[in-house]
Design a protein around this ligand. Structure first.
Ligand code: NBY
Length: 838
């Protein structure tokens, strides 16, 4: 407040206020000014990279104006806000999205063209913001887009990793990890050197008495690092609302380096502390769906959670409301258990610092938090070692013990006869060493717990959280099926399809109200419309084929069936089943006479995805896919009939190229293992069909688009347990077709078979935990149906169009509105409401 300009001078400010460009020439002026002044370049020295920088900076000026106004408006109106705490925000590129959301792309295209550039080349210069692993991180990014588009006052809080997810290179068929230097030039972040929070680790707890003679606990004597805020604007589509994503970066608390050491000649020693502090936000852990339990990861979690809560509380305190109103002003959503310490940190602040009574504080905490679960896989459920937490966060451990004690007392009152219940639901698992079950803590400290698709939400209630349903009743648990933003995943990724749809159903309103896609049904029978539809798909396939040719020198016939599986490599997602199917197809083609081969539907099997660096089995799958490609792609008997491609370094911007080019995409996880999946939604929205199991959101996609429009295969979740049991007792013969595939691998057709030893033994001695053998014949039979269906181009287009027409439900906007109503209890804020500041 003391930094604000006195009232009598504000008229001058208002007269001089920066304004947004709308016309081409204003935009061009801004680009040239940034190239010439901000970058100190000129027309004699302006390559695509400089043109990107100039364009991004010009656009950024516009964004910042709307962003400042949104934030001022939110400050003045002071509505209840939601804070989305996520260790991952997989944002991808910002420029194209910002141009489209603020409706200036056409102006920009013309503008840069007159300056000698193609907008597509400029867009391509941008480095992805890859602060995430996969679905969980991308979901957070889609949610930010939905929140802003719907005018909800909502911020994201995350970590500003210096290195995002590694860049994947394929060398001799193997994945090689290369660091991701994404911050070299990032015009989309604003360092807030004035927003700094001290964060403490280690130390001890001292008991003391306050002025009223009550015992208080003081956490002190620890090591301090500083969190500095970096803000990223998040523009909504066709609204002035531009929300904020605040990312924390770590730095040493005590100056840049140790002068004493520096002066005494210990140059290395002088920067050691600095590096130690900066290590906290240095790298994103590259695991998806696996808990590594590393101390640095726990430090990241506390650092980020403590800085974010401090910031949220500072904002709450500005309006001088009593603590009782905290949950009426603040909703905090926990994206998985990674931010669960926020529950403990808020309780600590309320009790130790603000001196609220325990029960009053706890009531506020529970009303504030919601927890989203993204997995049932036991290896992905976070558990922190008690000695580690004791060492790093001694006071938090005490608070967790108390939370657990009061919780267990209440359970005991409710179930006095059930002694085993207490050890089952205790936050502390009595292992060696003891560990904290973070999911249990998240449930106990939240008022709502949700899964991310219907089946998944049912499964968590029936399995991993069953006792908690008995304790709290079923209403604490709910489902919010995931969604995706149609702005990025249709309009931006597939502009031609978006334009065609708009030309038919009366403009682009469907981008804000995705159910309007229903209007497409009126045109399914229109032959000319189907022709245009197919032409767009073909042009998207040509574009991908060109990319594949440019990057791998493999040529793919764009008329072949593009069969795509792109996602993190994981056994439960079963890329191995896909590549075994490809080998089977290859062997079948080899068995045929040339005349028989001529009758087959040509297919390109396209894979992409990163393996966690320590995940041996996943890396072996990548190696096998590449080895199969090596053999198949140069086999003269096969030609165009089968191509096997592994696209290097799958990320958000590559997804924007790949997703619109699919005919069929694979979502073939073992039933009950994929919580939702979100790329399944992206592919269907872009006019591709799905081959998939009855898992995650595939089930609801089927319900929406109709069984006739999806290729389902495999066993059901309810049968998985029984099937695994049979494998464990050696009661399952391997499927003969799979046997033949394995024999071929073991014969050395795809190189030294010892490379694939782990993969082979997982099917046999490893009891085939993911049930590849059980689903393989169903998978192959379903792939045959895909081939048959693809022959009838008209029928295929009809399926695709009808499916797209039914995808309204999977908008991130529907999903955000459900969270807002059921969990956050927040309302949209009119971006123009506060006329005194605008
Ligand atoms: O979240 C994914 C689910 O697998 C997918 O089914 C769902 O659609 C998506 C959005 O709800 N989960 C996911 O991507 N998880 C991770 O990336 C992840 C990352 C780190 C850790 C655990 C999971 N970790 O413990 O470090």
């Amino acid at each position: 407040v003391e930094a604000s300009i006195p009232e009598q001078l504000r008229a001058t400010w208002r007269r001089l206020a920066a304004s947004e460009f709308k016309e081409k020439e204003e935009f061009q002026k801004a680009v040239v000014r940034h190239v010439e002044t901000t970058l100190a370049r000129s027309m004699y020295n302006c390559d695509d990279a400089a043109a990107y920088a100039g364009t991004a900076l010009a656009l950024r000026d516009n964004l910042v104006i709307g962003w400042n106004k949104t934030q001022q408006n939110q400050t003045f109106q002071d509505p209840k806000r939601v804070y989305y705490l996520s260790l991952e925000f997989l944002m991808g590129r910002a420029l194209d999205n910002a141009m489209l959301n603020t409706q200036v792309k056409d102006v920009a295209r013309e503008g840069v063209s007159e300056l000698g550039f193609r907008i597509e080349d400029i867009i391509d210069q941008e480095h992805d913001a890859a602060l995430g692993n996969g679905g969980l991180g991308r979901l957070a990014a889609c949610f930010l887009d939905g929140l802003a588009t719907l005018n909800y006052p909502g911020w994201g809080y995350g970590l500003r990793y210096r290195y995002g997810i590694f860049k994947q290179e394929i060398i001799d068929g193997y994945q090689v990890e290369v660091p991701d230097y994404w911050l070299d030039f990032n015009p989309w972040e604003f360092p807030r050197h004035d927003v700094v929070v001290d964060i403490m680790f280690y130390g001890y707890v001292k008991k003391d008495t306050d002025e009223n003679g009550r015992t208080i606990n003081l956490w002190e004597g620890g090591e301090v690092v500083q969190a500095i805020a970096y803000d990223v604007p998040v523009p909504g589509y066709e609204t002035r609302t531009t929300n904020n994503l605040r990312l924390w970066s770590s730095k040493p608390a005590s100056g840049e380096f140790d002068f004493q050491k520096f002066n005494s000649g210990d140059y290395e020693g002088s920067i050691r502390d600095q590096q130690r502090a900066e290590t906290i936000s240095a790298v994103l852990y590259p695991n998806d769906n696996i808990d590594a339990g590393k101390e640095l990861r726990l430090k990241q979690q506390y650092f980020w959670v403590a800085a974010s809560l401090h910031d949220i509380i500072r904002r709450f305190k500005k309006s001088h409301r009593p603590w009782q109103e905290f949950p009426d002003q603040v909703a905090i959503q926990l994206n998985d258990t990674h931010p669960t310490l926020a529950i403990v940190e808020l309780q600590r602040i309320l009790v130790d610092v603000e001196h609220l009574a325990w029960d009053d504080a706890w009531g506020l905490v529970v009303r504030t938090f919601g927890y989203t679960n993204h997995t049932v896989l036991p290896e992905a459920l976070e558990k922190w070692s008690v000695p580690l937490v004791q060492h790093l966060l001694p006071r938090h451990l005490q608070i967790i013990y108390d939370i657990n004690l009061f919780f267990l007392q209440s359970v005991e009152r409710k179930f006095p006869q059930d002694r085993e219940m207490l050890s089952r639901v205790s936050i502390i698992e009595e292992s060696q060493p003891q560990v904290l079950r973070m999911a249990y803590l998240a449930i106990i400290g939240s008022h709502k717990v949700n899964g991310v698709a219907e089946l998944h939400s049912d499964l968590i209630k029936a399995t991993i959280f069953k006792d908690f349903v008995d304790i709290y009743g079923p209403d604490k648990f709910t489902n919010v099926t995931n969604g995706i933003t149609p702005r990025r995943w249709l309009h931006q990724a597939n502009p031609k399809l978006s334009d065609l749809i708009a030309s038919k159903i009366g403009g682009y309103d469907f981008l804000k109200n995705l159910s309007l896609l229903e209007g497409l049904r009126d045109f399914v029978d229109d032959k000319e419309f189907r022709r245009e539809w197919n032409e767009i798909k073909l042009s998207n396939k040509i574009k991908l084929a060109k990319y594949i040719r440019d990057t791998t020198s493999i040529s793919v016939n764009p008329h072949s069936l593009f069969d795509i599986q792109v996602k993190r490599i994981h056994e439960y997602k079963r890329q191995q089943m896909n590549i075994f199917g490809v080998i089977h197809r290859y062997l079948t083609l080899k068995d045929m006479t040339p005349a028989e081969r001529k009758k087959q539907v040509p297919r390109a099997s396209i894979f992409g995805g990163k393996a966690a660096p320590g995940y041996w089995m996943a890396k072996t799958v990548i190696r096998l896919i590449n080895a199969v490609g090596e053999v198949v792609n140069k086999d003269r008997d096969i030609g165009d009939l089968l191509k096997v491609i592994f696209i290097e370094d799958y990320n958000v911007s590559k997804a924007e190229l790949i997703v619109p080019a699919s005919d069929i995409s694979e979502h073939i996880s073992t039933a009950g293992t994929e919580a939702s999946g979100t790329s399944n939604m992206k592919f269907v929205l872009n006019g591709g069909l799905i081959i998939g199991t009855m898992d995650g959101a595939n089930i609801e996609i089927t319900r929406e688009i109709g069984e006739e429009n999806i290729f389902l295969l495999g066993n059901l979740a309810e049968d998985v347990e029984e099937l695994r049991h049979r494998h464990r007792y050696g009661q399952v013969e391997m499927d003969p077709k799979l046997r033949r595939v394995c024999d071929e691998i073991e014969k050395g057709t795809f190189g030294d078979p010892t490379i694939y030893g782990s993969l082979m033994s997982a099917l046999t001695t490893g009891c085939d935990y993911y049930l590849v053998s059980d689903d393989f014949s169903s998978y192959l039979a379903t792939q045959d149906l895909v081939d048959e269906a693809f022959r009838d181009k008209d029928e295929w287009a009809t399926k695709c169009i009808n499916s797209v027409a039914s995808m309204g439900f999977f908008s991130a906007d529907r999903c955000i509105n459900e969270y807002a109503d059921m969990i956050w209890n927040i309302e949209p804020l009119n971006p123009l409401a506060s006329s005194n500041v605008l």
